[in-house]
Design a protein around this ligand. Structure first.
Ligand SMILES: [Zn+2]
Length: 427
């Protein structure tokens, strides 16, 4: 099946053009201003629409949609220990499935085609990603609070390996399995080192939370005499592929370490502001050449999975914080929300609209009043676009969402399941 989208605006790595985008099977086979010679099975007139790469949400906890809005306006400690943990203790595998399906609906309707997740019962999220047609990098987070526990005896590491063996590469590569240490403050040195060796052996990708709060960062320096970034590096955790969410309190030396080790960073501006964690030095990281992607974090600390909003905030907060309106450029912001996320996920065949790349596409209407006039399309996407402007989300050439309709998921059924689950969880 091949489709030609005609008369649309197209966001290419070289700039925005008006023309034609051809999709053959899972791949883009044409992008250009002139009509291709090839005959396509289907031709669709997309006048007034912008084709851009589908968003990559590079750090989230999708099942936490079930905790959306819980304990808002509490301090981080009260929120986490008083509200979030008691509910999480009651979540079953079935609940995780329901929460992940709700998240998939939300992400697809906001133009997200791929996400990197960190949560327990990840095999349920994998099943949802397979069913929905989305791409997902999943992991089983490892934690250890017992200094005597050996990596060999960690049930969580055994589960992480089971997940890797069962799902890595599933769905013709749509599912990739990463490894994960939840954070320095939730894991011991021997268990982290043991897992780092496993990741290195498999040439895997390691997902961690790092220097999210000032307290976490400073407590680590007090306890170990080094920053969380140095702690992970000294345990060999950065000797394979690795990426760190948050990085709000990282030092200049930490950033140099990321660059030296090829570690990617995920910026989560909404979550960092909502929880009062601070502002990550994103411009310093970009200047140094670190790969910085964008993520929403979980719906409990955001409270949505809307990458258009995240893009907007990443743009304005750093200008405001630094007092310099030239800090974040629209094309750099869009790259953070798309290509940089794909690189972090080790999906090197997607993230831009070019012939030969995977057809992972988000189509945005330019016809709403707030999207006119179209004088600078990249600036429209960065600063004016609303998630409701997303009209179509395509992954590997397959339309998963179009004009309010979900083509792989049963929205009514999911909303029914969510209401039933929530009644039980919060009764
Ligand atoms: Zn997180």
């Amino acid at each position: 099946m091949s489709t030609l989208f005609e008369n649309c605006r197209i966001l290419t790595p070289a700039g925005v053009i008006t023309g034609f985008l051809g999709v053959e099977g899972k791949y883009i086979d044409y992008v250009g201003e002139t009509r291709p010679a090839k005959a396509y099975d289907r031709v669709r007139n997309f006048t007034g629409r912008l084709m851009m790469p589908a968003f990559v949400n590079a750090h989230t906890h999708t099942p936490m949609t079930l905790l959306r809005g819980v304990g808002s306006d509490l301090s981080l400690q009260e929120w986490l220990f008083g509200k979030v943990f008691p509910i999480e203790d009651r979540l079953t595998a079935e609940d995780i499935n329901v929460g992940s399906r709700l998240a998939a609906l939300e992400m697809l309707s906001c133009g997200t085609g791929s996400f990197t997740d960190m949560y327990f019962f990840p095999e349920e999220t994998a099943r949802v990603a397979l069913e929905s047609g989305m791409k997902a990098n999943l992991c089983r987070p490892v934690q250890s609070f017992d200094p005597a526990e050996r990596g060999e005896d960690s049930a969580r590491i055994a589960q992480a390996l089971d997940l890797y063996n069962a799902f890595n590469g599933a769905g013709e590569g749509r599912i990739l399995v990463d490894f994960c240490v939840h954070a320095e403050y939730t894991c011991t040195e021997p268990v982290t080192k043991y897992l780092a060796d496993i990741v290195r052996e498999r040439q895997g990708n390691l997902h961690v939370h790092l220097s999210e709060t000032k307290k976490e960062h400073e407590d680590c320096v007090k306890k170990y005499g080094k920053t969380p970034a140095r702690w992970f590096a000294d345990l060999g955790a950065f000797d394979c592929g690795a990426f760190c969410a948050h990085c709000v309190w990282v030092t200049e030396e930490d950033m140099d370490l990321f660059l030296e080790k090829g570690v990617s960073v995920v910026h989560n501006p909404t979550s960092n502001m909502k929880l009062g964690s601070g502002f990550a030095p994103i411009q310093r990281m970009l200047d140094k050449g670190i790969n910085v992607a964008l993520g929403t974090d979980g719906a409990a600390s955001n409270n949505n999975l809307n990458m258009a909003e995240e893009l907007h905030l990443a743009g304005v907060i750093h200008n405001g914080y630094t007092g310099n309106p030239t800090v974040m450029k629209p094309m750099d912001l869009i790259k953070m929300a798309t290509l940089s996320g794909a690189v972090l996920q080790r999906r090197y065949d997607t993230g831009t609209l070019e012939a030969g790349k995977r057809a992972d596409i988000c189509c945005v209407s330019l016809e709403s009043p707030h999207m006119q006039p179209d004088l600078d399309t990249a600036a429209l996407v960065a600063y004016s676009m609303q998630a409701s402007d997303v009209k179509l989300t395509m992954v590997d050439g397959k339309v998963l969402y179009e004009n309010g309709q979900f083509l792989t998921l049963d929205k009514d059924r999911i909303l029914y399941d969510v209401s039933k689950t929530v009644k039980r969880l919060y009764s």
